[in-house]
Design a protein around this ligand. Structure first.
Ligand SMILES: Cc1cc2nc3c(=O)[nH]c(=O)nc-3n(C[C@H](O)[C@H](O)[C@H](O)COP(=O)(O)O)c2cc1C
Length: 179
């Protein structure tokens, strides 16, 4: 059972989550490997896929979206899980009182519903706040008043327990009696 954990990351937070998922699955006896989407071409040799991206302005990074579209026929035929690394901070509800993980679901979870992922998951992310802007969303933020930046809490909020628990669920699905 070979599993590909494919990810897109601007500043490393999502890469860390993807690597952790692969490591955790390996500990459960699943042959999982984490790879950045941009380096991947033919991915048909894997039995199952976990695909994740950082979310900026409610969207996945383009390279992650392109990866899924390019490999849609393979991904839809085999077990697939999607995750997003996004909200920073520790608040479990947003300013409107909505569940933060529901409110921050990236648009792509809807777009890729036709691929019938077994689960879609949003994790808390990380943001250093002082990094060189790497994409349009960050350049836009830099042009805005300081108060806008305060809406994106600075720190590493990745919830390793939640990430491990999700990786364990995936491993259990792939190695369980119905696999
Ligand atoms: C300009 C900007 C916009 C962001 N927009 C979102 C968003 O729409 N949804 C979300 O969940 N997180 C958003 N974030 C938080 C990032 O997704 C989070 O920091 C993520 O973990 C970064 O991952 P990376 O280091 O792999 O790029 C935003 C961060 C910045 C700086």
């Amino acid at each position: 059972m070979k599993v590909l954990v494919a990810y897109a990351s601007r500043h490393g937070a999502t890469a860390g989550i993807a690597k952790r998922i692969a490591e955790r699955m390996k500990a459960s006896g699943v042959d999982a490997v984490a790879e950045e989407v941009t380096g991947l071409r033919d991915v048909s040799a894997y039995d199952a896929y976990v695909v994740g991206s950082a979310a900026y302005m409610f969207r996945w990074l383009k390279e992650a979206t392109r990866f899924v579209k390019r490999n849609a026929r393979t991904l839809e035929e085999r077990p697939l899980w999607l995750f997003s690394s996004g909200p920073t901070g520790t608040d479990l509800v947003d300013e409107k009182g909505r569940d933060i993980f529901e409110a921050m679901r990236p648009k792509e979870f809807e777009t890729f519903r036709n691929l019938a992922p077994i689960d879609t998951k949003v994790f808390f992310g990380a943001w250093k706040g002082n990094e060189e802007p790497k994409g349009a969303a960050e350049r836009f933020l830099n042009l805005m008043p300081e108060s806008w930046k305060e809406d994106i809490p600075v720190g590493d909020f990745r919830d390793w327990d939640a990430i491990d628990a999700w990786a364990d669920e995936i491993a259990a699905y792939l190695t369980g009696p119905t696999a």
